[in-house]
Design a protein around this ligand. Structure first.
Ligand code: TYM
Length: 373
């Protein structure tokens, strides 16, 4: 039978079935027992955990076992700088910031300017490298701690990374990269090699500090494929296997099931979009779960489960009670589709105004976050 959806680090297509992905990618579902265990250390649960936006994990119990023994973990995540940052990218970063605060953990943040050069025929290295530092402003704007947050471009930190990447490359075969990523004989050696570079920050701090340090990687499920390979190999190199906490995708504006993609500008909201642009995109493109006429909507109610404005509020409205009220009112028909869109517009434009101010301030602070050879 043909597969009805595809998820790789470079392509997400079709209606993603997350239950199936859990099996396919060899990860575990986040359950209430795990949430209780996390809460013991954090006192409260982030809304993205409560709502199971972070729906799956690998080895979270190992991370907590070690933490309880006093062996602290660091966080590792990243970005492939192919354009402006969009709201989907912020999802794992907002949650990572919470983890940094709650566990007082270091964050190692990789900018894969090499990856985006290799995979995107239209992009030059100078451009992806420039974008690495533009995107880093979005990371800093979220409030990550200076002195505990290390951002690096693969190109500008290449000497350090390469030394470790070749240790991974020596143990990675082409048959593995083909099976894991769907790469073929016609793909460049650059594509086959790339995953070794993304694996390095999952053990680099252990190398640099000369002792084994547990690593936790929060990101969307698409990237977990890399870390499945990483786990096999770094285990053999004598380091801890990295753990992961994986989120579902923020959908594109025009459809509730797929992934927001940076390459389709109308259906993504970028962190640099002006308020009028955000307003226009949402009014024009946000897929509605409302009925055809106001009368029908009032009597039968809307469907928040497919309505993209509601779905987006699940990712960005922290207040559980407010969200629940919106859900109920939309479902009952009290709240109209246009009104729901206005709630989302208000939420996002307020958030982005602050974010854009912080982003400009971050320009001055940038150097103090960057690692270079
Ligand atoms: P990139 O730039 O494709 O994505 C950056 C981060 O955002 C997540 N993501 C999303 N999350 C929610 N909804 C979406 N629509 C959405 N789209 C993307 C991605 O999973 C990722 O966490 N190769 C990587 C960069 C990288 C990396 C890492 C990512 C290097 N090391 C370690 C995570 C962890 C990339 O191109 O990400």
């Amino acid at each position: 039978m043909a597969k009805e959806f595809t998820v790789t680090p470079w392509k997400v297509e079709g209606e993603v079935d997350y239950t199936k992905l859990i099996k396919e990618f060899g990860v575990e579902a986040v359950n209430d027992k795990l949430l209780d265990r996390i809460k013991k250390h954090t006192n409260e649960l982030h809304y993205m955990l409560k709502r199971k936006i972070f729906f799956s994990h690998v080895d979270m119990n190992f991370i907590l076992d070690e933490y309880e023994k006093g062996n602290r973990f660091y966080l590792y995540t990243g970005r492939g700088p192919s354009g402006n940052t969009h709201l989907g990218h912020l999802v794992p970063w907002i949650f990572t910031k919470w983890l940094q605060d709650k566990f007082d953990a270091e964050l190692w943040f990789q900018m894969t300017d090499d990856e985006k050069f290799i995979f995107n025929p239209a992009l030059e290295l100078e451009e992806t490298n420039r974008l690495a530092y533009e995107n880093a402003l979005d990371v800093i704007a979220l409030g990550f701690k200076r002195g505990k947050t290390f951002i690096f471009s693969d190109i500008d930190y290449g000497k350090t990374l390469y030394k470790q990447a070749i240790r991974v490359a020596k143990r990675l075969t082409i048959s593995t990269t083909k099976a894991a990523f769907g790469l073929t004989d016609s793909d460049s050696v650059g594509k086959h090699f790339f995953t070794t570079i993304q694996s390095v920050p999952a053990f680099l701090p252990s190398v640099l500090k000369g002792k084994n340090i547990p690593c936790l990687i929060p990101c969307a499920i698409d990237q977990s494929v890399h870390f499945r390979l990483t786990r096999d190999i770094v285990g053999k190199l004598g380091y801890y296997k990295p753990a992961g906490l994986y989120n579902v995708f923020l959908p594109a504006l025009n459809g509730p099931k797929g992934k927001m993609s940076a390459s389709i500008a109308e259906t993504a909201v970028y962190t640099t979009d002006a308020p009028e642009v955000v307003e226009k995109k949402i009014r024009k493109y946000a897929f509605s779960g409302g009925r055809d006429t106001v009368e029908e909507h009032r009597t039968k109610g809307g469907n928040p489960d497919v309505d993209v404005s509601y779905q987006w509020l699940r990712f960005f409205e922290e207040d559980d009670k407010k969200l629940e009220r919106i859900y109920d009112e939309y479902k009952s028909g009290k709240l109209l589709s246009g009104e729901l869109k206005e709630i989302l517009i208000e939420k996002l434009t307020t958030f982005l105004k602050k974010h854009q101010e912080n982003r400009e301030k971050a320009r001055k602070a940038l150097d103090s976050y960057i690692l270079k050879d």
